[in-house]
Design a protein around this ligand. Structure first.
Ligand SMILES: [Zn+2]
Length: 294
């Protein structure tokens, strides 16, 4: 499942190779890939033909391309890309052999001789066209209006995030994975940031002080920025591949996946606990459980 850093690599590639181009024709090779476009594949193709695509945007792991309005002003529609488990957006030379799992092809009305392809082996992902949130300059699709900004977004509001944590009766890792509070922090990045902040995953959010929340956000941004830097090497590639490892996992993680290995701070073996159908990795000494549940 691609996370924020992988999706940002794709977004940057799409911005470079697709944004600003006008769609000539859309070919839907498998209707399932556009099933979220309720009016169907023909409508999807007809509505995109002749439209100029704006700057690719991202919120958490959601990626979209605003459709530039012919008369100027803010975008009123946007193409949302769901990458699902195995979806890929590829920019390929026209005429290069079709991928085995090619689902949608977008041809452009220019001389660049490349086309956009959505390839998805399992077809959990797809493309769909949506109305945008009124007056949103980025053309945020209405179906993801409930998704919070991610912490590497300059418009992320740290104070509002802290206030929301204080109000909620929840625990910190649940909050980090709650897309309505903060987006783009997956299971691995949550465990890494909590280890750096010395916070146990079951810590009630109502007990966090302002400085503690600020420290946590700093560590989340560090973890995400390190992953973004590792994934950035593919920015120059014509071939944008979300399945390509971002490189982040080449670097040694501090908590995630390190069960029974010594904590890099104190030497205590890292523990793994089942957590909401996933796992949480933590240092039992650096990240003490909250007293109520100890
Ligand atoms: Zn430790």
């Amino acid at each position: 499942m691609p996370e924020l850093p992988e999706v940002e690599v794709v977004r940057a590639g799409i911005e470079r190779w697709v944004s600003g181009r006008t769609v000539a024709a859309v070919e839907v090779l498998h209707p399932r890939a556009v099933r979220r476009h309720l009016a169907g594949p023909d409508d999807f193709a007809a509505r995109l033909a002749g439209q100029r695509l704006g700057v690719a945007r991202r919120r958490g792991k959601y990626l979209w391309l605003p459709v530039e309005p012919a008369a100027g002003g803010v975008p009123e529609r946007a193409v949302l890309a769901h990458l699902g488990m195995s979806g890929q957006l590829l920019v390929q030379p026209q005429g290069s052999p079709d991928e085995k799992h090619l689902r949608v092809r977008v041809r452009f009305a220019d001389a660049a001789a490349t086309e956009l392809r959505f390839v998805d082996q399992r077809t959990f992902g797809g493309l769909s066209l949506h109305e945008t949130v009124a007056d949103d300059p980025d053309g945020l699709p209405d179906v993801i209006a409930h998704i919070a900004r991610d912490p590497v977004d300059p418009a992320f509001d740290d104070d509002a995030f802290h206030a929301a944590l204080r109000r909620r009766r929840t625990t910190i890792k649940r909050a980090l994975l709650d897309q309505s509070l903060i987006s783009g922090v997956g299971n691995i990045y949550a465990d890494e940031a909590l280890w750096r902040t010395r916070l146990h995953y079951d810590r009630p959010t109502a007990t966090l002080t302002g400085p503690r929340t600020a420290e946590l956000l700093t560590h989340i941004r560090e973890v995400l920025n390190e992953a973004l830097a590792a994934g950035g090497t593919s920015f120059d590639s014509l071939y944008v591949n979300v399945n390509g490892e971002s490189g982040y996992f080449d670097r040694s993680l501090d908590a995630y996946g390190r069960e029974d290995e010594p904590c890099r701070r104190c030497g205590t073996p890292i523990r793994r606990r089942p957590w909401m159908n996933r796992s949480s990795y933590f240092c039992p000494r650096c990240q003490r459980p909250p007293r109520a549940t100890a």
